[in-house]
Design a protein around this ligand. Structure first.
Ligand code: BG6
Ligand code: MG
Length: 224
């Protein structure tokens, strides 16, 4: 059976959350807004615009539209400096093994990310060519938890949503996959990602037997 496997990028394929955190932290500091790593958790999977809105809400700050635009591009410029130094060593454990396993089984693979920097990052870590379809922050109008990003991916690969499997590290992303009627696999903390159909700490826990099961079993029989 041919299924589509849709991967989120930040926190699933690469650990870029630390760079987003550093850049948002500097921005929050410059505005005198306290910003913790717990708050950073809440920005995972969230678009750039919405992330800045949330930080300003936490700090009870309102700013002009021009200032908002300026801060967004300042944050992104700093983030781009961090990612310009990325290489293959920043790929999270066993991601290439799972990608290659899926490719060897002739499965379709897509990227479904909120990031407008997704393509640059995939090129930096030399994984760009593994993906048959890439949907990123430049292709979507509605942010996760809206299912748009994954539904576009499924459409590009011409695979029905119930035959799609999504790997996600954010709550918003798991909700998006569930709403899309896809199988959701949480990568990370099971307490945070409890809405997922399956949860793994990371890809080292995803064995070939499990991948075979995902490929051969219809969604109605797969989920808990
Ligand atoms: C998501 C990240 O993948 O992309 C968020 O989890 C980030 O933290 C969002 O804000 C948008 O990314 P970018 O690269 O377009 O600012
Ligand atoms: Mg993510």
């Amino acid at each position: 059976m041919k299924k589509a496997f849709i991967f989120d990028l930040d926190g699933v394929i690469v650990d870029t959350a630390k760079y987003h955190f550093l850049a948002w932290q500097n921005l929050a500091d410059s505005l005198g807004i306290p910003f913790s790593s717990a708050q950073n958790e809440q920005l995972k999977g969230v678009s750039r615009v919405r992330s800045l809105e949330k930080i300003l809400e936490w700090g009870n700050k309102s700013i002009s539209e021009e200032e908002f635009t300026r801060l967004m591009s300042e944050k992104n410029e700093e983030y781009l400096v961090y990612i310009s130094k990325m290489d293959t060593t920043e790929i999270l454990p066993d991601v290439p093994r799972v990608l290659d396993c899926l490719i060897s089984k002739e499965q379709s693979i897509a990227l479904g990310s909120a990031s407008k920097n997704a393509r640059i990052i995939l090129e930096k870590v030399q994984l760009y060519d593994k993906f048959q379809a890439i949907v990123d922050g430049t292709n979507v109008s509605k942010a996760k938890p809206d299912p748009e990003v994954f539904l576009i991916g499924a459409q590009m690969l011409d695979i029905a949503p119930e035959n799609c499997v999504v790997f996600e590290d954010s709550v918003a992303g798991i909700q998006a996959a569930n709403t899309a009627n896809m199988i959701s696999i949480g990568i990370g903390d099971d307490k945070v990602l409890h809405q997922a159909d399956y949860i793994f700490k990371d890809f080292t826990e995803i064995k070939e037997e499990f991948i075979n099961q995902l490929i051969t079993t219809p969604k109605s029989l797969t989920i808990k």
